[in-house]
Design a protein around this ligand. Structure first.
Ligand SMILES: *Cc1c(COP(=O)(O)O)cnc(C)c1O
Length: 399
């Protein structure tokens, strides 16, 4: 028999990762305070998390979860459709729907799960799923699992998207896009995509994991920031693990789509409901995101401060106006070395390498939070200019 052994395949893959300097390693956090983390015994300012509003250790959020645990325990006991659906889940769905201005919301255990669920429930063989090339992995995997034809257009290329839609005129078409692209920080051309969807009788689905809580009026995300709503974007993904600082996700959508997901989406049906106390925590975080707009204002002023400083120092920052501020380096080893130099200076910044980003596009992914101080941002900029080895720009700043 010529069957290859699993072990030899895994050894080859490990050797290949080693050769490409692409081995990933988890860091262990021992304690956190404000925006610093004690990591493997070293105190670092965290510039790689997605806790954009600084809510993940907020005392009100923690107290809400603790109180709910005292009343309701730590587990849900079953899936939502069996006996795990709790009044706290119900309250959270209602609050998310109301906040986002949508008729209805449906909870999922995670954003990744929600994307698998949405694609599987809405699409099948013969249908078309059109996606931006830089979409999150969960959207791509969801489309593959659904059996629909997956077409990926070059990042933001609406002409290519239109051609791909024209090429597949049979079957239902879903256009799926990140609202804010997680590794580049730029915002999708949502108004143009909405027009495209309308012209081709397609449905637009926006995964706004990094936009909700951060962008738009009331923090309602990139769709609201573009002046759009349920009419143009009948389904959106909201995740709780980023700006809201907790865990889990919900989709918001029309009554018809959400009911169909509840009835048929396997990754939502065959899984244990999240603990009710987790819903209580997210509800508390949501209230803070609504009632404390200063968090968004402070975050955006830090984004501006970082960008002005980066331009002055000649750092190769990508064009992003969101809290995701990537510094493009290109080469894997150089990116890793820059991240290590930053760490030696007391900053925790993620070195993002392929396959998370395309080959040759390795980068430092810096994320800002309302929890950071201006001083921390200024210190990071200085450390970055040394770590990246960029020469200060000679031209005075104009913008
Ligand atoms: C983080 C993220 C997800 C996954 O959400 P989780 O709740 O972390 O599973 C999905 N889409 C995008 C764009 C994300 O950034």
């Amino acid at each position: 028999m010529n069957r290859p052994s699993l072990s030899s395949r895994l050894r080859a893959a490990a050797a290949e990762r080693q050769a490409r300097q692409a081995v990933r390693r988890r860091r262990t956090v021992i304690a956190r305070e404000d925006m610093t983390a004690l990591v493997d015994g070293v105190q670092l300012v965290d510039f790689c998390g997605n806790d954009y509003l600084g809510l993940s250790r907020h005392l009100d959020v923690a107290a809400a979860q603790q109180e709910a645990i005292a009343w309701h325990g730590v587990g849900s006991g079953a899936s939502h459709l069996v006996s795990g659906h709790h009044v706290l889940h119900e309250e959270l769905e209602a609050a998310v729907a109301e906040w986002m201005g949508y008729p209805r919301a449906l909870l999922f255990g995670s954003g990744f799960n929600a994307n698998l669920a949405v694609m599987q429930a809405l699409l099948g063989p013969g249908d078309l799923c059109l996606q931006d090339k830089l979409n999150h992995a969960s959207l791509i995997d969801g489309a593959r699992l659904s059996g629909a034809t997956l077409r990926r257009y070059p990042h933001g290329d609406l002409g290519a998207a239109a051609r791909q839609l024209q090429g597949e005129a049979e079957g239902v078409a879903l256009i799926a896009t990140d609202g804010v692209f997680s590794m580049d920080g730029d915002v999708a051309p949502l108004r143009e995509l909405a027009l495209l969807a309308r012209a081709h009788a397609a449905t637009l689905y926006v995964d706004d994991a990094h936009g909700v809580g951060v962008l738009g009026p009331g923090g309602r995300g990139s769709v609201a920031a573009a002046g759009l709503g349920v009419r143009e974007v009948p389904l959106q993904l909201v995740t709780f693990g980023k700006a809201l600082g907790t865990h889990g996700a919900a989709v918001v959508g029309t009554e018809e789509i959400v009911e169909h997901l509840l009835q048929t989406a396997r990754p939502g049906i065959y899984t244990t409901a999240a603990p009710p106390a987790e819903a209580a925590a997210t509800l508390a975080a949501l209230r803070l995101a609504q009632s404390e707009p200063w968090r968004r204002a402070k975050l955006m002023s830090l984004v501006l401060r970082f960008r002005r400083g980066a331009q002055r120092l000649g750092l190769p920052v990508l064009d992003s106006s969101t809290p995701i501020q990537p510094v493009l380096i290109g080469d894997n080893a150089r990116t890793l070395a820059a991240a290590q130099a930053l760490e030696a200076a007391g900053f925790w910044v993620a070195a993002i390498r392929p396959p998370t980003v395309p080959e040759g596009k390795a980068r430092l992914r810096i994320t800002l939070s309302a929890g950071h101080t201006e001083g921390q941002v200024d210190d990071l900029l200085l450390a970055l200019s040394e770590a990246v080895g960029a020469a200060p720009a000679t031209e005075p700043e104009t913008a």
